[in-house]
Structures are given as C-alpha cells and as structure tokens.
Design a protein around this ligand. Structure first.
Ligand code: MF3
Ligand code: CO
Ligand code: CO
Length: 271
C-alpha cells in the first residue's frame, strides 16, 4: 500500500475538482428523461466539461492494465448494469434507473462522483434499492475519521445493505484519488469493524458501493467494460469523494444539486 497523504494545496485543488464533478451531474439532471440516449447524455456532459468547465473527462481513453481504453466521457449503467456502462444508442424508457458516473480532472487533480436517476416513475423495488444504496454510502462515509479503519466503513455499508435484503458487489471498491484516478487504499464495501488500514487525516478516497437487488455475482459484457448482474437483477450505485479531516470527514463532491444526506436515527437495528 502506497497511500498518499494530501497537502493543504492538494486538498484545495481536490475541493475544486470534486465540486466540478458534482456540477456535471447537476448540469445533466434535466436531460435524464424518457427518450434520451445514453450517447446524447455523454455528448452533453463531454461538451460541458471541456467547453464550460475547462475540465478533462478522466474516463475518456482511460486504460488500466488488462483493459482496452474506455471510449466515453461518463459511465452510464442502466438497470441490471452494475458499473462502467458505455454510453451509446440505448434509449432510456419509463421505469428505467440509471447511474451516471463522472470523473473530471482539473489542474491535475481528480474528482469522482456518481448518482442514480429515475426515468419517470420507478418501481417500488427500484426506488427501495436506490434509496438503500444511498443510505448505505452515507453510513459508510459517516464512519470516516482518524483512527477508524477501512473495515468500519465496509461493515457499516454491508450491514445496512444486507439487512435490507440486498447484496454487495465484491469485485469493485472505492479507491484513493488525487493526481491519479485510482490510488491506494482500496475501500471495500464489506468487511469487519476494526479491521484493515487505519484512517489518517489527509487521506482522500471514494466510497462507491454497488448493491444488487438479487445475488452479488457479476459478469462482464463482450465490450470489455460493461459489468452486469449475473442474475440480471437491478443494481444501484452512488459515489462520493471524501477527505479524512482531524475531526472526521469532508465530502468533496457536493454541489447545489446534491441530494441531502439522509437523516439517520441515533440508534437503529443496523448500527
Ligand atoms: N468512475 C469510476 C470509478 O468510480 C471508474 C470508471 S473507469 C472507466 O472508479 F474507464 F470505466 F470509465
Ligand atoms: Co471511483
Ligand atoms: Co466514479
């Protein structure tokens, strides 16, 4: 593990990158409607990043070892697609749910965030899955403080998601982020409280649970990127980039359009 502790200058740059990533999601929200294609959403976001924000879409041409270059400026994962869906001619229809994942680079620093969107009225199950995943992400984030462990984050997410009858995808995790898109440490979305690396002020990483309505198993499509649930059940994901502060945490990927953090009961059966 080679964890980069961020300087005050790094943190200031990461605040800007994080807000800009979130503002791409604010920008695209009114377009995420029945009849639009995922390719159109990609084009709109790309042009906004490049021409309005002066940011670089980090995913475009991104080629970690063993992967062909990712061909788009956002990821669009619809229904049973878990993550890394490639935008194209898919037309969104009433009842679909879609994750849009945006990573921008500004001044050499990355901001990475995703949200779920409903196309028209979601099914009761789809709404419950998306809301549970959102709360699971926040339950993980709320564990973040110096002295807590990575296992504390994963445990909080897993207990809540599995307690709601859903399953956690194991193959993808949150990640350190900064000048590089994916850095150490890995932030697993499952685990045991008290286990794993101890958090320190100055770490920056993402929390981005992928939660399935059915079984946890996944498959990769032939495009080499799109990940789907093996049983074709619905999958949801939310993502924030988080700084460990002296007091606890600061979420870097917030903007005016970010949904409010959930209000949690002081004590619950999922604690
Ligand atoms: N944004 C994704 C993450 O949260 C990574 C996307 S990589 C891509 O880590 F190549 F698929 F775009
Ligand atoms: Co990420
Ligand atoms: Co992301």
């Amino acid at each position: 593990m080679n964890v980069v502790l961020k300087s005050q200058n790094d943190v200031e740059k990461m605040r800007v990158a994080g807000r800009l990533a979130s503002e791409v999601l604010d920008f695209i929200t009114p377009y995420v409607k029945v009849g639009v294609t995922t390719g159109k959403l990609n084009k709109l976001c790309h042009d906004y990043m490049v021409n309005v924000q002066g940011t670089v879409p980090a995913t475009l041409g991104y080629a970690p070892s063993g992967h062909r270059p990712y061909p788009a400026s956002i990821c669009t994962s619809v229904n049973h697609q878990v993550c890394h869906g490639i935008p194209g001619d898919k037309v969104l229809k009433h009842g679909d749910v879609i994750n849009i994942d945006v990573t921008v680079i500004k001044d050499g620093y990355h901001g990475d965030t995703s949200r779920m969107f409903y196309i028209g009225e979601p099914s009761i199950q789809a709404k419950r899955l998306c809301e549970t995943t959102y709360e699971a992400m926040w339950r993980g984030i709320r564990k973040v403080k110096p002295g807590a462990t990575i296992g504390d984050i994963g445990h909080a997410i897993q207990a809540f998601a599995e307690g709601s009858g859903f399953s956690i995808v194991r193959e993808f995790c949150g990640h350190g982020i900064g000048r590089r898109f994916h850095e150490d440490p890995q932030i697993l979305h499952y685990g045991k409280a008290g286990q794993g690396m101890t958090l320190q002020a100055g770490m920056i990483f993402t929390v981005e649970p992928m939660i399935n309505a059915g079984k946890k198993d996944i498959r990769m499509l032939g495009d080499g990127w799109t990940v789907v649930t093996a049983d074709h059940s619905l999958s949801a994901q939310w993502e924030h980039t988080v700084l460990v502060t002296e007091e606890g945490y600061e979420v870097l990927t917030l903007s005016t359009g970010s949904p409010a953090a959930p209000v949690l009961a002081a004590a619950t059966t999922h604690a």
